[in-house]
Design a protein around this ligand. Structure first.
Ligand code: FAD
Length: 396
């Protein structure tokens, strides 16, 4: 019997494997990953400094433990270089593997900004536990490791989370972003303002409405020069400007791609018996057939369950219910469902501050239909209430 092979041992790969094993204990299962395969929760990477957690403390299970638990063969430190969709084989750095069915869970890559300057190669980004280990090491190597100056490029979800976490750990953070407010792509202006105020109270400095152009050495410092002419002298530079689905294998195998690897409503790519999910995938809506990338945990869980069942031979649709993104900024914790970018210009935000000081922003489209929300602080009750209202698509 040829195996099912999963490429990638992040949350997407492991979720499919775990869900598949609940349904089928016999079919051989191989996971191939270019990293060491230890299991960790990636969202913890931007919340670990304030808790002073090193990379190894974040790995809850080793590859060997995972292999045993899943009844799978884990092929670690091995890169898949090519897929032959007709022959159903993989070319890897440790030989050729044949598969019956294949799952691509290869994640995304950090976007590189193309910065100029003799220290541009010193800019770090964190999208993997190994990146986090390198980032910690860089901080700990500074003379004054307890209070390091860190410039973060990008004030989106990951940049803001790192800013709050690093400031909470005692570091001096500067956030730089081309937008005029943090979390501009996801949150209502009122909530961006609330977050900015909370981060400033933590000691975070902002350079908004501008971008970094060069990073140079200036004595023992790194100097970030901005498009508006200002400079930021710092010890460490972290780029958090976003991720791009990793399409390299899919494109070389001539699978259909857009921004991500395009999958149908059951997670199948344009090739039979080849599936994809997670940060590399572009999901198709069961409601209107539109496609979108969803680089978050909740869709991975839903897609993982559905694809696992489909792998057993029972085609199962991925039922992507709206699920709020939780922004892990303890100074100003947010839950939100952002309206689709194409409707933002024609709609409007309505802001409410409750008696208890909770900020709730609801987004209504041009027809007065609720299409998104953001709330801070949040708890399960308010999230459910807002989700229910969104489900009803309440008219105003
Ligand atoms: C700092 C941070 C905080 C986050 N916080 C949140 C949050 O609070 N809530 C939320 O919903 N989401 C959050 N996210 C997003 C979420 O963590 C990701 O959507 C999710 O972890 C992606 O998992 P993945 O398995 O698709 O990709 P990855 O974890 O990137 O896994 C990809 C795997 O593929 C392997 N691989 C890639 N190419 C090859 C190849 N050619 N051959 C072999 N192996 C290969 C890699 O080794 C890796 O094992 C956060 C992300 C980051 C970076």
């Amino acid at each position: 019997m040829k195996p099912i092979i999963i490429i990638g041992a992040g949350l997407a790969g492991y979720t499919v494997a775990r869900e598949f094993r609940k349904l089928d204990k016999a079919t051989p299962l191989i996971m191939i990953t270019e990293d060491s395969g230890g299991f960790y929760s990636k969202p913890m990477l931007s919340n670990a400094f304030a808790q002073n957690k090193g990379a190894q403390q974040l790995v809850s299970q080793s590859a060997t433990q995972m292999a045993e638990q899943l009844g799978a063969t884990l092929v670690t430190n091995t890169r898949v270089n090519g897929i032959d969709t007709a022959a159903k084989t993989l070319d890897t750095s440790s030989g050729t593997y044949g598969f019956e069915k294949l799952v691509l869970a290869v994640g995304a890559q950090a976007i590189q900004l193309g910065l100029k300057g003799d220290a541009a190669d010193q800019v770090l980004s964190v999208n993997h536990i190994d990146d986090y280990a390198a980032f910690r090491e860089r901080i700990n190597a500074q003379d004054n490791a307890a209070t390091v100056r860190i410039a973060i490029l990008g004030a989106g979800l990951i940049g803001c989370e790192f800013a709050d976490d690093l400031a909470g750990a005692g570091h001096k953070v500067t956030l730089i972003d081309p937008s005029t407010r943090p979390l501009a792509a996801l949150a209502a202006p009122a909530l961006s303002a609330g977050l900015q105020t909370a981060l400033i109270a933590r000691g975070v400095q902002f350079h908004l409405g501008t971008v970094a152009e060069t990073v140079t050495h200036a004595g023992r410092d790194l100097r970030v020069t901005l498009a508006d002419g200002n400079t930021v002298d710092t010890d460490v530079v972290l780029s958090a400007v976003g991720l791009r689905p990793d399409l390299r294998l899919a494109q070389a195998a001539q699978l259909k791609t857009g921004r991500g690897i395009i999958i149908d409503t059951a997670g199948q790519t344009s090739a039979a018996d080849i599936f994809a999910l997670g940060d590399c995938a572009e999901y198709t809506s069961t409601v209107d057939g539109s496609t979108r990338i969803l680089p978050y945990i909740a869709p991975i869980m839903t897609a993982g369950r559905a694809i696992a069942r489909t792998l057993t031979g029972e085609r199962t649709e991925i039922d992507l219910k709206p699920s709020p993104v939780l922004i892990k900024t303890p100074s100003y914790p947010l839950a939100l469902i952002a309206p689709a970018p194409q409707i933002v210009a024609a709609g409007k935000w309505a802001d409410e501050t409750t008696e208890t000081g909770r900020n709730i922003c609801r987004f209504y489209d041009a027809n007065g239909v609720l299409e998104g929300f953001g709330v801070s602080p949040h708890d399960n009750a308010i999230r459910q209430e807002l989700l229910a209202a969104l489900g009803q698509k309440a008219n105003q």
